[in-house]
Design a protein around this ligand. Structure first.
Ligand SMILES: Nc1nc2c(c(=O)[nH]1)N[C@H]1C(S)=C(S)[C@@H](COP(=O)(O)OP(=O)(O)OC[C@H]3O[C@@H](n4cnc5c(=O)[nH]c(N)nc54)[C@H](O)[C@@H]3O)O[C@H]1N2
Ligand SMILES: Nc1nc2c(c(=O)[nH]1)N[C@H]1C(S)=C(S)[C@@H](COP(=O)(O)OP(=O)(O)OC[C@H]3O[C@@H](n4cnc5c(=O)[nH]c(N)nc54)[C@H](O)[C@@H]3O)O[C@H]1N2
Ligand code: SF4
Ligand SMILES: [Mo]
Length: 705
């Protein structure tokens, strides 16, 4: 059979890179960047080629696996659905609907079928115990969207194609390829800013790969960003440096005065003291930000899943708004996507309508913070979680206090995992349902076109056919829903609802047609490199979904939040170091560590430490160090570097493989340790209950043996 060229979007991360794939006999033989892709223009990273490895991975599960008397057995899809439905319904009948919990992990938003078909199944469970990666990630962005702009998905993105000053706080887009900002080839964008006379400034406790390419890098003490933003916004207001520009009509000036009053206690001196950044440096930063032709502050994971992360994102929006850098070219802007999930008027904010049973953490958009899962399983009592479902997630490695989750999952009456590997989480399952994935599936980046730095739309057909007998994720969710509803109806003596079968393509087509751009799938299919829908344009006030179509600059949740600012960002005598995370180009959260192509070279799960700290503790390069937090200890090799600030250490998350019961071909030398075994699940953002996954106090020692 002749070699065919297929075009597809990579679905591994938020960047939506266009791929050109050579396929022969239903086998992908090469993958490179699609130069004609309207968004990515040929950019890819090393993970794209690993899509071939995922497709051919011998570790990957293809058929339902049921644990019977401790041993894994392949079962038919019908048998699997029936078993799952009987167990879930049985447990809910005996203990109530909330006895079933569900965690939806990161690839949920990277798989079109799961994005479109999991919600009906999840809703049908009628449980309040819903969890996802959002609460270890970007929840603070959605909370600000909800309260300031009227919809959780009204998240402004930095217009880096036109800005003259890009301030990056707690993000490393050169490695992560951009997050809450779909920007394939971000390194070119950074260079372009510099070439048009602009500047890039990075604030981070580590001199990251991005910081190395930036014009300026400023070290900040982990966990203290709130004090910096509060100081800056307060200073702007108290020195009359506010310029609302065209936003005067959408902002009540009384709110500006109110913020000024509320932030009065926060000064630049206080910011300097907390963050370790000299006042002169902060003043210069403010000067540059307020005098640049255009500027945008972009805060990412280092300030999102962090102490006071909710307040940080409110303040970042305030900073962009008050300096006239909002809804303007070169500032923070809203997108105009072809599938506009924000088009529908949002109802009242869905926040804190209920709380988690044991820790009392607030619900957001129907989900509870993932930091609540372990206790809600382990603590006996009314409403205890007895069965868990995970889909696209590996919370044992991804959620703080992984060890407690490990223990919790092994205590369940039933666990169902929709996943493609037998890993640290799914090993606890009674049943694993593995979907077809990657090159085998069609793609449209619903969430990420919504966050892209340029408006485009692209649908990709699957590049290769899935194996006979395997199922797509949308089939799994539809069929599981049907089996569940049937079992539930039988248990309740009612007739099962009619199954509503709608295809993936029809569902996507409907979303396209009902959005303001009124495209259709048929139209998209004519453009295999995507459709260019233009640069961002000012969208205010019409895009706002607040009742009065105005920006709420000072929502009550932040007013309350300011009264309860967390001061847990100080290291303690017993734990003098602050541990932060780090992402790596050839790694993807907690998976892909079994793919040879990405794992070449030395062990990457190392602890970065500043030479000064290494010397004072007599730690040599490569030496094994014991890192202890309040909850656990691990041993890890030291990497001595000036790129990390004194007093901080950095360990990447998502490692700690090689556990009994898993089946992943990860080399012993590359198994690593899990950051989240050390991360304390009681460290939370006060406003939202989001986990703090950076700035974990730890102690270091050199083991005698
Ligand atoms: N300490 C610390 N913790 C963190 C972070 C951090 O920076 N530091 N980052 C946080 C962030 S931002 C996130 S998003 C989370 C991510 O954490 P999770 O939500 O757990 O997601 P992943 O680690 O990406 O795990 C992906 C899982 O999905 C499975 N999978 C892969 N492809 C498919 C597919 O097509 N279908 C299905 N059904 N399953 C698939 C994989 O086998 C794996 O089990 O981790 C968070 N945890
Ligand atoms: N290669 C690769 N790409 C990825 C992923 C991956 O695992 N691998 N994961 C994807 C996912 S799920 C996400 S959410 C995105 C995340 O995208 P990013 O947010 O860009 O990625 P991180 O590397 O987590 O960046 C967080 C930065 O915050 C810094 N930091 C830590 N603590 C603090 C602090 O207290 N203050 C400040 N100012 N900075 C701090 C860290 O040093 C780090 O540089 O990346 C995505 N892309
Ligand atoms: S940057 Fe992300 S989307 Fe682009 S090729 Fe790499 S993994 Fe795929
Ligand atoms: Mo994430």
């Amino acid at each position: 059979m002749a070699v065919q060229t297929k075009y597809r979007t990579c679905n591994l991360c938020e960047a939506l890179c266009g791929l050109e794939i050579q396929v022969e006999n239903n086998k992908a033989i090469s993958i490179k960047g699609d130069k004609q892709d309207v968004l990515s223009h040929g950019h890819i990273c090393p993970k794209a080629v690993a899509l071939i490895d995922i497709h051919e991975d011998p570790d990957r599960l293809k058929h339902p696996m049921q644990k019977k008397e401790g041993k894994w057995e392949q079962v038919s899809w019908e048998e699997a659905y029936e078993y799952a439905a009987a167990k879930l319904v049985g447990i809910q009948q005996a203990h109530g609907a909330n006895a079933v919990g569900i965690y939806q992990g990161n690839p949920s938003v990277h798989n079109l079928g799961t994005t479109l078909f999991s919600p009906d199944f999840v809703r049908s469970l009628k449980t309040t115990n819903r969890f996802s990666a959002t609460s270890v990630d970007q929840l603070a962005h959605h909370l600000a969207g909800t309260y300031m702009f009227g919809h959780p998905l009204l998240v402004p993105v930095p217009d880096i194609n036109r800005t003259k000053l890009w301030l990056i706080v707690g993000g490393n887009p050169l490695v992560s390829n951009g997050s809450m900002m779909t920007a394939p080839g971000v390194h070119h964008k950074l260079k372009d800013i510099q070439q048009r006379g602009g500047k890039v400034i990075v604030i981070d406790p580590r001199k990251t790969e991005t910081a190395h390419k930036a014009d300026q890098h400023i070290f900040i003490k982990p966990g203290t960003d709130f004090w910096l933003f509060a100081g800056i916004v307060s200073h702007l207001l108290h020195t009359d440096q506010v310029d609302l520009g065209h936003l005067t009509d959408v902002i009540e000036s009384a709110q500006v005065d109110k913020i000024k009053g509320a932030l009065a206690p926060f000064s630049l001196n206080m910011a300097a003291e907390k963050t370790g950044i000299p006042v002169s440096v902060i003043k210069e930063l403010i000067h540059e930000f307020t005098t640049a032709e255009s500027a945008v502050c972009y805060g990412r994971l280092g300030v999102s899943a962090a102490h006071n992360g909710s307040l940080c994102h409110w303040l970042i929006n305030c900073m962009n708004i008050l300096t006239g850098n909002f809804d303007q070219a070169g500032g923070a802007m809203f997108t105009n996507p072809a599938v506009d999930v924000r088009a529908r008027k949002s109802r009242a904010p869905k926040f804190a309508r209920w709380h988690s049973r044991v820790k009392g953490l607030p619900e957001f958009n129907g989900e509870l913070p993932s930091a609540a899962i372990a206790d809600d399983i382990l603590e006996p009592g009314e409403g205890q979680i007895k069965a868990m479902i995970t889909s696209c997630g590996n919370p044992v490695l991804s959620v703080p206090n992984g060890k407690k989750l490990d223990e919790a999952f092994s205590s369940l009456d039933f666990m169902l995992c929709i996943d493609i590997y037998l890993n640290e989480t799914t090993k606890h399952a009674d049943l694993i349902l593995p979907p077809a994935t990657g090159l085998e599936t069609p793609h449209y980046g619903i969430a990420f076109h919504n966050l892209a730095i340029h408006n485009t739309a692209k649908y990709s057909e699957a590049a290769v056919e899935k194996e006979a007998g395997t199922k797509y994720d949308w089939e799994i969710f539809s069929e599981l829903l049907e089996a569940y509803q049937k079992a539930k109806a039988a248990a309740e003596g009612e007739a099962a609802p009619e199954s509503q079968s709608i295809s993936l393509e029809d569902k996507l087509d409907m979303l396209l047609r009902f959005s303001p751009q009124q495209l259709s799938l048929e139209e998209l299919k004519k453009h295999e490199h995507g459709i260019d829908l233009g640069a961002h344009i000012p969208m205010l006030p019409q895009v706002l979904k607040t009742d009065d179509q105005k920006i709420d600059l000072f929502p009550t949740i932040y007013e309350e939040g300011l009264k309860a600012v967390s001061t847990h960002d100080e290291s303690e005598e017993a734990h003098p170091f602050m541990m932060i995370g780090r992402r790596q180009l050839r790694s993807n959260n907690s998976w892909m560590h079994n793919l040879g192509r990405l794992m070449r070279g030395r062990d990457r799960c190392t602890m970065l430490i500043h030479p000064q700290d290494a010397e004072s503790l007599s730690i040599a390069e490569g030496q094994m160090v014991q890192v202890s937090s309040k909850i656990a200890s691990v041993r890890i090799a030291a990497e001595v570097t000036e790129d990390i600030m004194p007093g901080a250490i950095s360990i990447p998350h998502g490692w700690g493989h090689h556990r009994k019961g898993t089946k992943m071909s990860v080399a012993e030398s590359h198994a690593g340790v899990s950051f989240n075994d050390l991360a304390d699940d009681s460290l939370l953002d006060t406003v939202s209950g989001v986990s703090v996954i950076n700035a974990i106090p730890v102690q270091l020692s050199v083991p005698a043996d």
